[in-house]
Design a protein around this ligand. Structure first.
Ligand code: FES
Ligand SMILES: [Fe+2]
Length: 359
């Protein structure tokens, strides 16, 4: 496979679970207007507590349902008052007794799990909640975090690329998440594991200065042995385990005494081909009673993510100006190249099956 062009990153995998929202975004029965995979949706939680996702377009004359009113598990369009239930079926037309049985809006399979609301944009018959990736730390009381959301004016795969190579920590995040340019030269991914649905990368940096975000919360000046294990999964889900252990105490051999750990989840959901919803949390496993730690880490991460955002949104502008620009690979691109291959295969398989259904 040759170097890809930006044009080739435009397709979406549809038969797949994507994060649509954090549960807190739907608090109070709010009607959330959110575009996902180019499709404007209204997402909300009904009185029954069940999450609902419908096309954000009234079947009557196209008013936004998110400008309507939630009634129980239903939503009423506040233009001429048509009411739709959680399946999208029209259940009331004020002043008209006969409701055409087919009148309604499209609904999507949604599942809430561990504070995340997941949506299946593809064929509802294939939506199997067992396929939702598990990140147990979000429900495990021995970890504490602070869930958050960020919006990117860039294609989601550009963000996936960014996370596929930690050497960018050294240059993009020197003063925040990385700590030094040395990280790019002295730490090499020790193992890249190619998975059927993504990859796993492990990276050790021995006897290093702790990065600023960690020093801020632990107030220790000691050098550390640092390990990152990152996993990236289709369609754009990133899990990372980070370990800081006192330098030279044998963390590599399994001695984790005095170690402090983090668990990071990041979910990238395309809004459009050139914009992305980014859901994330950065959890820690020590001093759980001190909420200032989660807050400080949240602020440090936002600082770091804004550094990425600056680079990546700039990259999107460059690619918009010339979508046929051919990128040139370097050795460090192996994980991202693998990921794009895996994803392209899945998208192609989905297209093939759609074609055979049509035929
Ligand atoms: S546009 Fe919604 S009721 Fe008329
Ligand atoms: Fe980054």
């Amino acid at each position: 496979m040759g170097p890809e062009t930006y044009r080739e990153t435009q397709a979406f995998l549809k038969n797949c679970w994507y994060v649509a929202a954090w549960d807190y975004e739907l608090a109070g029965g709010k009607l959330l207007a959110r575009t996902i995979l180019e499709q404007p949706l209204v997402i909300y939680k009904g009185d029954s507590g069940r999450p609902v996702a419908l096309d954000n377009r009234c079947a009557h004359r196209g008013a936004k349902l998110s400008n309507g009113r939630r009634e129980g598990d239903c939503v009423r369009c506040m233009y001429h008052g048509l009411k739709f239930d959680a399946s999208g079926k029209c259940v009331q037309i004020p002043g008209q007794d006969n409701i055409p049985p087919k009148l309604g809006v499209k609904s999507y399979p949604v599942v809430e799990r561990d504070h995340l609301v997941w949506i299946w944009p593809g064929d509802p018959a294939l939506a199997d909640p067992a396929k939702i990736l598990d990140f147990p730390y979000l429900r495990d009381p021995s970890w504490r975090g602070k869930p958050d959301y960020m919006h990117y004016d860039a294609n989601y795969l550009l963000i996936v690329d960014n996370l596929s190579d930690f050497s960018h920590l050294a240059f993009v995040h020197t003063k925040t998440l990385g700590g030094s340019e040395e990280y790019a030269y002295k730490s090499k991914p020790t193992a890249i594991e190619r998975l059927d649905d993504g990859f796993r990368v492990e990276r050790w940096h021995m006897d290093a200065e702790a990065p600023p975000f960690h020093k801020k919360v632990v107030k220790e000046k000691n050098r550390v042995d640092r390990r990152n294990i990152a996993r990236m999964y289709v369609p754009g889900i990133f899990f990372m385990e980070t370990l800081f252990s006192p330098a030279g105490t044998g963390a590599k051999e399994g001695n984790l005494k005095g170690a402090k750990q983090y668990r990071n989840c990041q979910f990238f959901t395309p809004e459009t081909a050139r914009s992305t919803h980014f859901f994330w949390d950065y959890l820690h496993d020590y001093d759980l009673d001190n909420p200032a730690i989660a807050s400080s880490l949240n602020v440090s991460m936002i600082e770091g993510f804004n550094e990425d955002k600056f680079i990546i949104e700039g990259q999107q502008q460059v690619l918009d100006a010339d979508p046929d620009f051919k990128m040139n690979g370097i050795v460090a691109d192996a994980p991202l190249a693998h990921f794009r291959r895996v994803l392209a295969k899945r998208i192609e398989a989905e297209r093939q099956s759609l074609r055979s259904v049509a035929a």
